[in-house]
Every structure is written in structure tokens, then in C-alpha cells.
Design a protein around this ligand. Structure first.
Ligand code: BJW
Length: 257
């Protein structure tokens, strides 16, 4: 049997006996839906400087430009569909008692695929908040037309509205971060799908899980810093590996029934 076969068997056996699985995802899980990643050669940061488009300073310098970038991405995110990886992750809930999805993505595709417990570390592009958090942090705003290309004012104070996403230098939503860190420290297994592990503090979650003796499975075409602590690595696109892994877990369950 080749290395992949062994890793698939080990990953499936671990998931089949897990009581609590955490699935930690990044932009690679949405790649096969047609959405760009960030740091790959064809990723967003090859074209756009993150400090211009994903920082509070960038938004202050050019609020209309940042608003337009998010409006275009929002439109793409609404046009695409969850792919076989999102669907397989959601279907794991039928086989494992507790599944927590922790995502860095803002696209809402896990929820659309049917995952019921999703912690969004970096927010959600479909929500808006006041950039001056005039009624407390966060001050959520009524949702404008999702395709609105013109920067909108906060209806309460007139400051710029902005997407409710986490930019560089900003803190993650504390309640979401606490729930994610707790899940990582108490799960039996963590599946890490489609993230480079380059952005903190999110990238620390697999380490927390490993320190608390969880088995780590990585699904990614490339090696990452997370590979070092992974007990199994499925090298290739998530849209191919996740359905195969789901099937292998289902076979173990059927054999035990
Ligand atoms: C496939 C595939 C397929 C391809 N199938 N896989 C400690 C050390 C150093 C720095 C810091 C630190 N702590 C904090 C920092 C600073 C900073 C940071 O991490 N910087 C590093 C980049 C150096 N972090 C922050 O600023 C964070 N805030 C914070 O720490 O607050 C506390 C604080 C406050 C004040 C001062 C200082 C600290 C906030 C980070 C916010 C990140 N925001 C973004 C944008 C979100 C909104 C939006 O989407 O527009 O989040 S940046 C971007 O990166 C986005 C992503 O969620 C995030 C992670 O990227 P991801 O998803 O991993 O994508 P890629 O492209 O990197 O990887 C894709 C992977 O998929 C690759 O591995 C491919 O191989 C794989 N792939 N096809 C499966 N088909």
C-alpha cells in the first residue's frame, strides 16, 4: 500500500473512533468552488497588497476601493456553490457525535453545505458593522444590497460602514476565539483543510490540539508548518480527499454495525 493509502486508513480510523472532531479550514477548502486563496501563486495577494485591502489603515486610505473589492468578492461568493469538500465535512456530522467547524473563511459556504456548528474566526462578508463602532464594538448594521458598489454610511453616526471581517492588526471576535481555542484543546481529532497556517492566532489552533493529544490530519496539496505535527497527511485537493475520507469513515461504521 502506498503512503497515501496508509494515511487515509489512519485518518479514517481516527475519525471513526472520535467523539469530538474539529475541522479547521482555510481558503483552500473553497478553491474548488471557484474562490481564490490568498498566498498561492494565483491567490488574492498576488494581485492585491494585503495592507491596502485587509487592514484598517488601508480602509482609512481608500475606503471606496476596499468597499468595491469586498463587493466584488461578495458577488462571487454568492454565485458559487459549496463543493464536495464542504459537503463531506457537513456529512461527517452523521457519523461523529460532535463536529465543530472552525473556519478562517468569510464566505459562508460551510453553513450553506449544512454544517451546523461553525465558528467564523475572521468574520463574515455578508454582515456589516460601523467602522467607528459608534454603539459599541461591534455595532452591526442593517444589510445593504449585497451588490452595492458605493461605500455606505453607518445609519447611526454617518461614519463608513464596513464588512464584518477581521483585518491585520485587529483582534478576532473574543467569544468566537475562546470557543475555538476550547474546542481545539478538548477535541480527539482535528482535520486541517486548505490553510497555509501563515496567519496567527488562527494558526496556533492545531498546535493547541496536538499539545492536548488530539490526532491531526492535514488535507492540502502542499506541505505547511502544520505538517510537522500531523499524524496523517492527505496531499491533494480537498474536493477529492474529503469525499474519500468520508467514505472510508462510513465503511468502518458499517463494518462495526
Ligand atoms: C488547497 C487547495 C485545495 C489550495 N484543497 N487546499 C504572531 C506571529 C507573527 C505575526 C502575528 C502574530 N500574531 C499576530 C500577528 C499578526 C497577524 C499575522 O498573523 N501576520 C502574519 C501573516 C505574519 N495577525 C493578525 O493581525 C490577526 N490579529 C491579531 O493577531 O490580533 C491581535 C493583535 C491586535 C493588534 C496588534 C497585534 C495583534 C488578524 C489576522 C486577520 C487575517 N485576515 C485575513 C483577511 C480576512 C478577510 C478577507 O477574507 O478578506 O484572513 S488575511 C487572509 O489570511 C484571510 C485568511 O483567513 C487568512 C489565512 O489564509 P489561508 O486561508 O490559510 O489562505 P492561504 O492562501 O494562506 O493558504 C491556502 C492554502 O490552501 C495553501 O496551503 C494551499 O496549498 C491550500 N490549497 N488549493 C485544499 N484545492
Amino acid at each position: 500500500m502506498n503512503r497515501h493509502g496508509h494515511d487515509l486508513d489512519r485518518a479514517a480510523a481516527t475519525l471513526a473512533s472520535a467523539a469530538h472532531l474539529v475541522v479547521f479550514t482555510g481558503s483552500g477548502v473553497s478553491k474548488e468552488s471557484g474562490l481564490a486563496t490568498f498566498r498561492d501563486v494565483d491567490g488574492a495577494w498576488a494581485q492585491y497588497d494585503p495592507m491596502d485591502y485587509a487592514s484598517p489603515q488601508g480602509f482609512r486610505r481608500n475606503p471606496q476601493g476596499v468597499w468595491e473589492w469586498y463587493a466584488q468578492r461578495r458577488q462571487q461568493m454568492l454565485e458559487v456553490e459549496p463543493n464536495p469538500a464542504h459537503l463531506a465535512i457537513a456529512a461527517l456530522e452523521n457519523l461523529i457525535a460532535e463536529v465543530t467547524v472552525i473556519t478562517q473563511n468569510i464566505d459562508g459556504l460551510h453553513q450553506r453545505a449544512g454544517s451546523s456548528r461553525v465558528l467564523e474566526l475572521h468574520g463574515n462578508i455578508h454582515r456589516y458593522k460601523c467602522s467607528r463602532h459608534c454603539r459599541g464594538e461591534p455595532t452591526y448594521l442593517p444589510t445593504p444590497d449585497p451588490f452595492e458598489e458605493t461605500l455606505q454610511p453607518c445609519p447611526y453616526c454617518g461614519a463608513h460602514a464596513r464588512p464584518d471581517v477581521v483585518w491585520f492588526g485587529e483582534s478576532l471576535p473574543p467569544d468566537v476565539w475562546e470557543a475555538a481555542a476550547f474546542a481545539a484543546m478538548t477535541c480527539d481529532a482535528m482535520l486541517v483543510v486548505g490553510t497555509s497556517g501563515a496567519v496567527e492566532p488562527a494558526a496556533s489552533l492545531p498546535r493547541y490540539a496536538r499539545q492536548h493529544r488530539a490526532f491531526i490530519v492535514e488535507v492540502n496539496p502542499e506541505t505547511t508548518p502544520i505538517t510537522q505535527i500531523a499524524g496523517a497527511a492527505l496531499r491533494g485537493p480537498a474536493g477529492e480527499w474529503m469525499p474519500a475520507l468520508l467514505e472510508a469513515v462510513r465503511d468502518i461504521h458499517d463494518a462495526q454495525a
